[in-house]
Structures are given as C-alpha cells and as structure tokens.
Design a protein around this ligand. Structure first.
Ligand code: EPU
Length: 426
C-alpha cells in the first residue's frame, strides 16, 4: 500500500467542475474493516481479508496489531493477518491517540486472554466521545477496570454471558461487547444494540470464525464458544462496501449535476439516504451491480435529522449540509449523535454559504453558488464534504489537512477526476 499522498501533498485543489459522468468503484468500508481486523485477535492462525481499502486508518490498525505481536501483510486490497498463540495485550497511547477506533481491541483481548491494557482515547474534533458504555457493557460480563497513567487496565477471570443493556445503541460499545461475549461462558443478550451494516458484517465474520451470534427480535444473542478459528479463507473474507464513500460521490453528483454509476454501492445499507436525496430531487436507480444517480436540475432543500441506523447517519450529514448550501430553499439540520460535529460549517461560510447554527441545529439557506476559498479539513467526513463543495464553487478551492481525508478515502481525487471533476493534490 502506498500512503505517500498523506503529508507530502496535503491539499486538495478544486476548480469549478462541469456535470460529472462515468462509473466509480466503491471500496471496502473503513468502519467495518477496522473492526474485522480487531476480531482477528480472537483466534490464533492466519486470517485473510479482501476488499480492504488502501487508507491510512487501515495502516494504523496494522501498526497496532503489529505492536501486539501480529504479522500483517498488505497487498492488492488484501490483508493476511497472522495471529500467534501469545500476544502482547497492550495498546499504546501513541497509536490509540491517532485513531480512536483502536479501543475496539479491548473486547477481543478480554474475550481471548481475560486481560487488556489500552490507552484511553482523548477527545477529538466531534467532542469528548466517552467510552463509559463500552466499560459498563463489559462489566456486565464480569470484567473489572482500573485506570492509571492514562491507560485503562481490564481483567476478567471468567467472562460470563449476561443481559447487557445499552442505554444508547453505540456502535463501538456493541462491537466491543460482541467480541468479548463470543468467548464468554453461556448466553449473552444485548438489548438495544447498534444495527449499522458494519455491525452485520462483524457478526457474519465472527460466525464464520465459529461464533454463535444471531438476532432474536431486536436483541442480539451470543452463545459463547470455547474456541474460535480463522474464517475459511478462499479468496479472503470480503469487507462490505463503504456506504459513506458512496454518499460522498452521491453528494458530488448532487452538487455538480450529471449521471454517475456507483459500482458496488448497496442500496439496502443506505435506504434512508436514498429517500432523502430523492426528496431533494436526485434520481436514483438501484441496479444489481450498484446505484445510478442522475441530477439534471438544482436540488431542493430538505430537513435533516441524524439518528442511529436505520436513521440518517451522522457521517452523511456534512455531505447533506454541503448539498443544502446551494439547494433552493431552507433546510434545518439537527445533529443528534455527535453534538460537536458542526465545526466545518465555519469553513463552508468562508465559501459563501448561508448557515446559522444554534446548539445542535443548523439552518442552511441555499445560495445560487459558492465561491472558492482556502479552507481546512478537521476530520475525515467534513474534509470530504469541503472537497465536494469545492467542485461546485466558482474559482479555486483549496482544502488543507488532506491527511484527515486520507484516513478514510482511497484516492478521492483520482476517483473524482475519473468522473470529469477538476481536482488535483498539491
Ligand atoms: N457514546 C457515549 N459513551 C460511549 C460510547 C458512545 O456517550 O461509551 C456516545 C458518543 O459520544 C456519541 C454517540 O454515543 O455521541 C455515538 O457513538 P458510537 O459509539 O455509536 O460511535 P463510535 O463507535 O465512536 C462509529 C464510527 C463513526 C460514526 C459513529 C456513528 C467507527 C470507527 N466510527 O463511531 O464514524 O460516526 O459510529 O455511526 O466505526 C467516521 O467514519 O468518520 C466516523 C466518525
């Protein structure tokens, strides 16, 4: 894998782009592959993952696994992960600090070894992002925690299946408790679990490793097993397509107009988004191999409210806000998941957007057009949303902080350029 683009060419530069046209291939989901990589810790042996995106968060997760004693080989969108019998069960601060998702090694380490020491992740651009629900859920299975020197130490002599009630369907807490419960003694029922497609992918992967996880109504039931083994490899376990990358290209065609085929995009993973975009005037046709999106006129505004799956994902919101900035009418946006996730709005204002924020609401009044300006990406999705906005703005837009975008996108500039967009890295 080649991550040379990060740092060395830290800006995306866009000129006003004509209508987009062509075919773009959606890669594997970042928010799935990182968890599947952590799940590999549950079993000794050789694991193979396919459809792995070439993004810097995957490289970081490789570093984390390697720091624990795992050998990882990366090539051609595949990862070969060799997990030894013994592991160093510590996740050090210098890695956790760079990627909050590292916390997801806690569950599998506890599940397999009954012990783990993980640096506490700090806050990030969305706000504090606590892990209290992860810890409470694992405590229900019998784990105990102590913190010292910025690390959290977890131990469990025996993990026992139990009823685990999540007060909110946290994605990370659901993943951590699932990966511990698969090795607990007896049955665990997870009440109010997250239901994102990436959770479904993790369940499928765990079951292929020999776990017994299933849905019973709206609860997850996990029957603990004595041992897990690598999923039968063949060509490797295929990571599901990235619905958020797909949303990025939908937003690009929404803002620039045109007709684009999103190969591999799965409509069932993004039903609410498709509904919302249709309401705004996009024409989206579901085909067997993906989605075709066509836009022939200025979009109409709509109100947006983020919710856990199957609601509209918080990760789609920056793209929807970008689209609303040039849609006709007024859209009210309500962020219910990460209340601090509005910082990029100041950057959009620099481009001429008319947006007023009040607490976790934003009122977006569509303007005829944005005007290109130098702006800065503060996180992955907000950064990509600024790139998309730059394609529709007059003149030149330069988005600095590309290193954030590279965490979750493989060759965003190349893929957009392939659709006719005027974009380069500098
Ligand atoms: N929360 C708590 N306590 C907890 C856990 C979560 O208060 O113990 C709160 C969070 O602070 C937040 C809300 O619950 O306000 C949702 O957090 P959740 O645990 O569901 O999210 P996450 O696991 O931290 C994942 C994705 C995010 C995505 C969210 C919501 C990964 C690596 N990250 O985060 O994706 O926005 O779910 O769907 O899977 C991204 O890809 O850029 C990204 C941020």
């Amino acid at each position: 894998m080649d991550f040379a683009t990060s740092g060395e060419r830290d800006t995306f530069v866009m000129q006003h782009s004509r209508a987009l046209d062509g075919d773009v291939s959606i890669g594997g989901a970042k928010n799935s592959v990182l968890k599947l990589m952590a799940a590999c810790l549950l079993a000794e042996g050789q694991h193979v993952l396919a459809n792995v995106p070439d993004i810097s968060d995957v490289a970081l997760m490789c570093e984390l696994l390697e720091a624990m004693g795992v050998t990882v080989t990366r090539a051609d969108h595949r990862l070969v992960i060799d997990v030894p019998a013994e592991l160093n069960t510590e996740a050090p601060y210098h890695l956790v600090e760079r990627m909050r998702a590292s916390i997801v090694v806690l569950g599998p380490l506890l599940g397999r070894f009954g012990t783990a020491r993980v640096a506490l992740p700090g806050g990030d651009d969305f706000g504090p992002r606590p892990i209290d629900m992860h810890l409470q859920a694992l405590e229900s299975l019998g784990a105990t925690f102590s913190t010292a020197h910025g690390d959290i130490s977890a131990t469990a002599e025996v993990l026992r299946g139990a009823e685990v009630v999540l007060e909110y369907p946290s994605v990370g807490a659901t993943e951590n408790v699932l990966m511990a419960a698969v090795r607990a003694k007896g049955r665990t029922r997870i009440v109010n679990p997250a239901r994102e497609p990436e959770i479904g992918d993790l369940i499928e992967f765990l079951n292929q490793m020999g776990a017994r996880v299933g849905w019973s109504g709206d609860r997850l039931t996990v029957d603990g097993v004595e041992r897990l083994a690598p999923a039968p490899s063949g060509d490797g376990y295929r990571v599901i397509p990235d619905r958020i990358e797909a949303a990025t290209f939908l937003a690009a065609v929404g803002m620039c107009g045109g007709s684009v085929f999103l190969r591999h995009a799965v409509a069932g993973h993004m039903a609410m988004l498709i509904r919302k975009l249709t309401e705004m005037g996009m024409h989206i046709v579901v085909e067997e191999a993906g989605l075709r999106a066509t836009v022939t006129q200025r979009l109409a505004s709509a109100d947006i409210s983020t919710l856990p799956f199957p609601g509209l994902a918080t990760d789609y919101k920056p793209f929807l806000v970008s689209m609303l900035t040039t849609a006709s009418g007024v859209g009210i946006v309500t962020e219910n998941i990460f209340t601090g996730r509005f910082r990029y709005i100041d950057e959009l204002r620099r481009m001429g957007a008319d947006i007023r924020t009040e607490g976790h609401h934003a009122v977006v009044r569509g303007v005829e057009r944005l005007s290109g300006a130098p702006v800065r990406a503060h996180d992955i999705r907000a950064g990509a949303a600024l790139v998309v906005a730059g394609l529709a703005a007059t003149g030149e837009t330069e988005v600095a902080g590309a290193v954030h975008i590279d965490r979750g996108y493989e060759d965003l500039a190349g893929k957009l350029a392939g659709l006719g967009a005027s974009i380069t890295r500098r």
